[in-house]
Design a protein around this ligand. Sequence first.
Ligand code: C2E
Ligand code: CA
Ligand code: CA
Length: 486
Amino acid sequence: MWKGIVEDGFWQSEIWDRKKDGTLYAAFQSIVAVRDKENKIVNYIAISHDITEMKNREKTIQQLAFYDFLTKLPNRKLFEQEVESFIKSSHYSNKTFAMLFLDLDNFKWVNDSLGHRFGDKVLVEVSKKISSAISQDCIAARLGGDEFVILAPYEKSLSISQLASKIIEDVRVPLVVEGKEINVGWSIGISLFPENATSYTLLMQNADTAMYAAKAKGKNNFKFFADEMNKSAKERLLIDTRLRYATSSAAFTLNYQPKYSCIEKQIKGLEALIRWQDPVLGFVPPDKFIPIAEESGYIYDIGLWVIKEALRALKVIHSIDASLTMAINVSGKQLENSDFYEDVVAIVRESAIATEKIEFEITETAIMENIQSVVPILQKIKEFGIKISIDDFGTGYSSMAYLKKLPLDSLKIDRAFIMDLEKDEEDRAIVQAILALSNALNLTTIAEGVEKIEHKEILEEMGCNIYQGYLYSKPLDLNALLEFMS
Ligand code: C2E
Ligand code: CA
Ligand code: CA
């Protein structure tokens, strides 16, 4: 300052000044040196503007541009800058860090059933949990929605596992928001710098991919990125592209698997199972393409086609045995579509099949994930006369209170519990318990995936008399089924 004033006669800049009461304030100060005829400095004139307000505005703008309004955490833009500067500095310091991609499980449910305002409060609560779980050298940010990211420097990847587990554990204890206890969980994907990627974009992409893998593994989980995940992401994309062509051509067929009653010693009904033969990909099993069709929305049209085709086949099957029912798998995404009920009614009327000969199988998970919206539509379907069955039972998280409310006719015990029935005492106990529950709710119980005579014997002894599985028959195409039946 003095150098400027003495040499140039003028100086100006922003300074911190102190008021008489001692408080600091920001000022814009200009100082001019006044000289006499001999060019000697005789006076100084200083003009000072209080710029506190301007500084505050600047701060607000900064806050708005770089911080999330709701949680006050850094936003995507600031996070990206931080990561970039971390990557730059790593060139000379050999720093390593992990990128954690966090996504709340069941947040959609919270928003849908308790409202957005409540959802916002949940986001604030979980962001506090994140902030308190991470150490000072970590940076957490909110990307938007229920997605968060953390940059975590590390020396051993073990410490990153510990961090991820801690974050998951911290939100696993029920959150209390407005006096309500709610359960949410995290799915976390982790990518490492520099092992998995060396750019912000790729680190993000890989962490996101790993997060999806964590979700698929079952929620409340974390997963480190692995190269195979990219392979499976590519495969999904390819299936998605091919499905677009398949929906408009005759790529799909149905197979039918009988359900057999050990007491009546006869077929009780059939289940329609879709088959897809693609000219490029070859045979793709439904386990693989149905989830993708659900995500893309193609499942809706595919599902309607399945109903039409299964009822057309049932008409033919009824010429041999008019008592048989046809079970059709219906995914949660189909039920979510507001046209579903009307479309089903139209197809069933057109087929001229009695509604009590038709059954919809819906997985336990699909029902429980959207319980609020699913109950009314199931009720309408049930009133129309179609039977309803809860599929893959035992793999989801059913609440007894909800089970009672559902308009169910039957329950299918998941294959996972039947597979090792003859060896595994725990599985036998579970099957016994499911049977007791099913009986208490007055439902017909069907065991899936019965492959061995031992399975059948144990089930019969426990009082489960209807089964489905390779032991009696594999899924068959219509001609093979008609031959099998006669
Ligand atoms: P799901 O509904 O649980 O069907 C039973 C699956 O187990 C079928 O597999 C069937 O072929 C297989 N299976 C039957 N008995 C045995 C056995 O004894 N041992 C073994 N290892 N497997 C047995 P698939 O046909 O591959 O279908 C897989 C899943 O794809 C189905 O599971 C269902 O969730 C879904 N899916 C199939 N068709 C459709 C459809 O038309 N619509 C919808 N939304 N989903 C479908
Ligand atoms: Ca099924
Ligand atoms: Ca099943």
